[in-house]
Design a protein around this ligand. Structure first.
Ligand SMILES: Nc1nc2c(ncn2[C@@H]2O[C@H](COP(=O)(O)OP(=O)(O)OP(=O)(O)O)[C@@H](O)[C@H]2O)c(=O)[nH]1
Length: 348
């Protein structure tokens, strides 16, 4: 039977990634602010009142920013300010304290990779490497200076390789998260974004869109009679058949065990009804062949066009109700919901 819409509203892969990013950058800001506060006390004890005051101001600023942006995305200018201010403090420290100042260049360099995503992080780290290496060569004896420059360059290179590898891994993970491994279709993780986009385009540009909810009939019986392995083979073939009818910009998702969602952008109700009927016929008219079995399978479908003032959840619920109605009326058929959310579901 069709699943409830609750599962479709769960956090998408992108949202999870964004939340993780917010957490990491927030924690770096907290750590930076806290470290500066501790360092300012140390400078105060050492009698470097000027430095202590400068570091204290930076620490208070970063702590305040970390508190203000807690749980939210930290804007890029604040991140640049964070790195910029700490770079200035580190350069001053290198001038005044020599090697002690150099110690701060390394964590600062590494934090670039966490504060800025991908290529931006690499560019920021490269700029810092050049600045710190030049300062080291200028303020230190040449023998120390070039060694510091070399270690900074190595950290920058290793960090860049790490960022590139992480980017590739992230792409792969994202693909895995949004892909249904059995059919190769996209799973429910991207549904929210696609439907929200359709609602936006409808409200902004009055572009129509229709969804079709499709659910295989009596699939439990098929599994019971022929085994789950055959059921899996059927699901794969169903996905292939459905995909073969759809246009390039139509989106097909496997949103449940034997349930599929098709989003048809730029498509009015009558066209979608035609597509749904084509899909139904395509499944019903040819048997499915597995390694050890053969079976006839049918599909029930509910069609709903996006209406004025509808949210994507309401839109989807209406398509779901149309599908329920198709099931209730005997299965292997298409039912169409009128666009108005209050109207009754009408048989085609
Ligand atoms: N083989 C296989 N079966 C699955 C998979 N996911 C879900 N199912 C099965 O699909 C069946 C769905 O059963 P029901 O929800 O009762 O629906 P149905 O038997 O199709 O009945 P109607 O939808 O009312 O026509 C269950 O037996 C699930 O075990 C899968 O990935 N592979």
């Amino acid at each position: 039977m069709p699943q409830t819409q609750k599962t479709l509203t769960e956090g998408s892969a992108d949202e999870l990634l964004r939340a993780f990013n917010v957490k990491v950058t927030g924690n770096i800001l907290w750590a930076g602010g806290f470290t500066e506060l501790v360092l300012s006390i140390a400078q105060f004890v050492l009698g470097n009142f000027g430095q202590a005051l400068a570091i204290l101001s930076a620490g208070l600023f970063f702590t305040a920013m970390a508190w203000y942006y807690h749980g939210r995305r930290i804007p890029i200018p604040v991140r640049i300010m964070f790195i910029g201010l700490l770079t200035v403090i580190t350069i001053i420290s290198m001038y005044q304290n020599g090697t002690i100042g150099v110690y701060w260049t390394y964590p600062l360099l590494v934090s670039c990779f966490f504060l800025f995503s991908g290529g931006k992080g690499i560019i920021a780290a490269l700029i810092l490497t050049v600045i710190f290496a030049a300062t080291a060569m200028y303020v230190m004896p040449l023998d120390d200076g070039w060694r510091i420059a070399a270690t900074l360059a190595i950290i920058c290179a290793l960090g860049s390789v790490f960022v590139v590898l992480l980017g590739e891994l992230q792409k792969l993970l994202r693909k895995l998260v949004i892909t249904d491994t059995l059919t190769g279709l996209q799973n429910r993780h991207l549904v929210t974004g696609v439907l929200e986009d359709a609602v936006y385009r409808f409200r902004r540009y009055q572009r129509p869109a229709t969804v079709i909810m499709a659910d295989l009939d009596h699939f439990k019986k098929l599994n019971d009679e022929h085994g789950h392995l055959f059921g899996d083979q059927v699901l794969k073939q169903v996905a292939e058949r459905l995909q073969s009818v759809l246009r390039q910009n139509d989106r097909l998702f496997r949103v449940g065990g034997e349930e599929f969602l098709i989003v048809l952008p730029e498509t009015k109700l009558d066209e979608a009804q035609y597509v749904a009927e084509k899909l139904r016929a395509l499944i019903a008219e040819h048997s499915f062949n597995g390694r050890d079995a053969r079976a006839d399978v049918t599909l029930s479908l509910g069609v709903a066009e996006l209406a004025e003032q509808q949210t994507w959840i309401e839109w989807l619920n209406i398509a779901d109700s149309a599908l329920m109605e198709a099931k209730r009326q005997g299965r292997n058929q298409v039912h169409t919901a009128p666009a108005s959310p209050t109207a009754e579901v009408a048989p085609t």
